[in-house]
Design a protein around this ligand. Sequence first.
Ligand code: 5GP
Length: 177
Amino acid sequence: MSDKISVLYTEEQVNARVRELGEEISRDYAGKSIHIVAILKGATIFACELVKRITIPVTMDFMSVSSYGDATESSGVVKINKDLDEPLEGKEVLVVEDIVDTGNTLSYLLDNLQKRGSASVKLCALLNKPERRLKDVKVDYTGFVIPDAFVVGFGLDYAQKYRNLPYIGIVEPGADD
Ligand code: 5GP
């Protein structure tokens, strides 16, 4: 069964926006260093591309949470599968996520991270689907605001596929079968 994928943002558009976000973050945190908390697995590609565009000192850590399986709907239940390796005390924390959809995952996660004694916790998301929001989440840096569609590429998967696409596409499962 093959899926139809239509391009929403081209590789050039995504790269340009990631570069802008890196510049903006570097300006906002000038004179400080930031601790990136990237959420596995979806945010890895975005986080790696983003840190290359940040010009202030950066450290990175990774956390894995699950609220989605292979389905395209949020369960509303968030579980920490892998916690951070480093403590957050005194750090300027920037959480990097692939997409904010219902807000269930980030609302839980930001609340959890805010209790760990950091200097600040902010959120950078490559994609934001505000139409789908169930929980209020402040997105400090947004790559693109997108409509209510299921997207893949640049780290985002559909049943673990398509993370490697260098662009963002809308997937229609098995549409051409
Ligand atoms: P939320 O908790 O905000 O509903 O969902 C967050 C997680 O759901 C994201 O980190 C991502 O893994 C998954 N997700 C939400 N929307 C999409 C989408 O359009 N495409 C993909 N591939 N994952 C999505």
